[in-house]
Design a protein around this ligand. Sequence first.
Ligand code: HEC
Length: 230
Amino acid sequence: MVIAIGYGMAMVQILFTHGMADGKFGLSIEDIVYSYYGNRSGSPLEGKLNGSMKANAPDESRFKIIQWVRDGADKLQYEKAIKPIFEANCIPCHNGGTSGLPDFSRFETVEKYARQDQGATFASLTRVSHIHLFGIAFIFMFVGLIFSLVSGVPVKLKAAAVVMPYVFLLMDIASWWLTKLNPHFALLVVIGGSGLAMAFVFMWVISMYEMWLLPRHLPFADRRDALRRA
Ligand code: HEC
């Protein structure tokens, strides 16, 4: 149950980060391309100011920053008009503290984020990939182990369901790297992610059903029939 709640949280997290990449709520192919390949017609600063950082500054201040970015992110102009906006709205969080967020009290950092948006960096992809490979592999080891004990599913289907998450996990991670190189692979991210979710829902629902809903006193054949009917 905790893993199912965790899965739900992961979905919400995706909505709030990747889902906002194109500035509109909800997940789209556009979001995936922006997240991995980048929005090559804009900068991360502008992207975030129209996306998940939108609520952190009044519109007028956001437009000033965006205009400054488009005008070439000039340092003199920054000192004159932009720095106070950052100090008031952004630096409370982006201050180089322990949060790991980019430190916008340094002009060099602001400037870096004002350059063209190249999407995910290879460093961040490596970080997220290894966390996902280790973490999700273990989650599905336990989900698969529990599922392997169900009685009403033919063995071949069972084996396929246990293996599926690993196939989709590898596809999912590979697709991030491919999308970083070429935006056409964004669809593969959707397929990998949906496959993973479907494999999870399938195993979870059947395991929970057999553990907690299916009558226990029935002999094996009747249990299997009851499951088939369900
Ligand atoms: C309440 C705290 C908070 C405030 C205030 C805030 N941010 Fe953020 N910012 C975050 C968090 C948390 C993230 C990481 C999650 C995300 O990307 O949405 C982030 C991420 C970012 C990123 C992406 C960083 C990266 O490594 O890709 C940019 C750019 C950014 N913020 C710009 C701004 C700007 C500009 C302002 C001021 C208008 C601002 N933020 C105000 C918390 C904050």
